[in-house]
Design a protein around this ligand. Structure first.
Ligand code: EPU
Length: 418
């Protein structure tokens, strides 16, 4: 096991390269098994534990997987296993995409119920509703989701809640169904669009991803393709927020500025400067920020996945900030850790009231989940003294080489074996 040791109070300067999007990659890799011909070559894959987990699941299902630096080739032509039941499946949330992908290709699947960050109840009722509407029988037995269908037939599905996972999963199932499926009240996150583009590159007929309605015209088969995953909106947002909090000037490269608009707008409201330039954004700040109110919302609203890094920054911003977490009911676990460092935060249900203090001070803290981990790194960077962050296996699930990227920006941060 490792921990991070951060000595704070250094402004950040320089350039940072953003990796491929975790939440796109963890859907695209399972979707690749839907090809019964050809090999897929997927590039801009982030070097993170969640991707390693998916690679092992793909191999356990009988795919041939070859990893080279940031690309993966997947040959799923000979696979015939529709049971995903390894420890890796139980460990991560995104393993639920194997339900949609296997159902689509084999018309049956058995997938152990997914794990993931402890940030709320995380039901999959909307995924199940979609599979059933397409004609599948769904049951849950001994901790596994079992789905089967004689055939899947396109239909109209109106989701009760806007869900990234349900939108993608049902889109996967509908891709090889007979006829047309219309999905309404869908998620519009950039990774939903990326998965649709990937499926279309394999031969699918999907229109409307990125809007409220997705129309999937079922096709008979898919074949492998070459594809490059979009940049990670959340990783980029994390480095933007860190720069605003620490002060300095950082250019964040390999991003799609459009995907970052809600984060840029909030940082500008707080007093930082954000300049978009093609496929990069530059953030400048003197580290003295104003309080703001934040409400997390589905895209294009402010992303829940940077709420925790943002809340750290608000701890040292002037005045009172109110954070409303509207997506997950339990995404304030990092608050107790921030309090150990001197933060003044009160949590009431889904709302956190943050009263800015002059400084945070270093302490031993833990990453309670992935984004809480990023929040603790930022806390360490802005705090006086030394911060030790435990539980960094959570961070490694979703942030490639976080200590190296921050080190290149001038931060004093190192990883040590416990
Ligand atoms: N929901 C339901 N029923 C469902 C599905 C979701 O009620 O069947 C509710 C959830 O309880 C939640 C809301 O709908 O309140 C949104 O959940 P969503 O399904 O969109 O979340 P998810 O697909 O499980 C993905 C990301 C999360 C990110 C959310 C929201 C992946 C693997 N995970 O989760 O990412 O927070 O969308 O944007 O794509 C992270 O990267 O740290 C992370 C947690």
């Amino acid at each position: 096991m490792d921990k991070l040791i951060v000595k704070g109070k250094k402004p950040l300067h320089g350039n940072v390269e953003i990796s491929g999007a975790k939440n796109a990659a963890v859907a695209i890799l399972p979707a690749a098994i839907m090809a019964n011909k050809g090999i897929s070559n997927i590039e801009n894959i982030p070097e993170i534990e969640d991707v390693h987990c998916i690679e092992r699941i793909l191999k356990s299902l009988g795919c041939r997987v070859k990893k080279q630096k940031n690309s993966i080739t997947i040959d799923s032509t000979a696979m015939n296993n529709f049971v995903a039941d390894t420890d890796d499946v139980r460990k991560m949330r995104a393993s639920y995409y194997f339900i949609g992908a296997l159902l689509s290709r084999f018309k049956k699947a058995r997938v152990e119920l997914p794990g993931g960050c402890p940030i709320g109840v995380r039901p999959i009722d909307q995924h199940i509703k979609g599979f059933e509407a397409l004609g599948a029988e769904v049951s849950i037995e001994h901790g596994a989701v079992i789905v089967k269908a004689n055939k899947l037939i396109g239909t109209n599905i109106f989701f009760d809640v806007v869900s990234v996972g349900a939108t993608i999963n049902v889109m996967l199932a509908a891709t090889l169904a007979e006829g047309v499926t219309v999905l309404e009240n869908v998620a519009k996150e950039p990774h939903v669009v990326d998965v649709a583009n990937f499926l279309n590159s394999m031969g699918a007929d999907i229109k409307g991803a990125g809007t409220d309605i997705i129309r999937v015209k079922g096709v008979k088969e898919l074949k492998g393709c070459s594809y490059s995953v979009i940049p990670d909106q959340i990783e980029a947002g994390t480095y933007m927020i860190a720069t605003a909090a620490c002060g300095g000037q950082v250019t964040i490269n390999n991003v799609i500025p459009k995907h970052l608009e809600s984060i840029s707008a909030k940082l500008i409201e707080m007093g930082a400067t954000v300049i978009e330039n093609g496929d990069s954004v530059t953030v400048k700040s003197n580290g003295k920020l104003k309080s703001v109110n934040v409400k997390t919302l589905p895209y294009p609203g402010f992303p829940t996945d940077v709420q925790q890094p943002m809340s750290t920054t608000l701890c040292v911003s002037k005045g009172r900030s109110i954070i409303n977490e509207s997506i997950w009911e339990n995404r304030f676990k990092h608050v107790d850790e921030l309090k150990k460092m001197g933060a003044h935060i009160k949590v009431e249900g889904r709302t956190a009231i943050v009263d800015g203090v002059d400084k945070l001070t270093g302490a031993v803290v833990k990453a309670t989940d992935l984004r809480a981990g990023a929040a603790m790194v930022i806390a360490g960077l802005i705090a006086e003294g030394t911060t030790e962050i435990l539980g960094i296996e959570h961070i490694d699930r979703g942030y490639p080489h976080i200590e190296n990227k921050f080190k290149c920006l001038g931060a004093d941060i190192k990883r040590v074996r416990i």
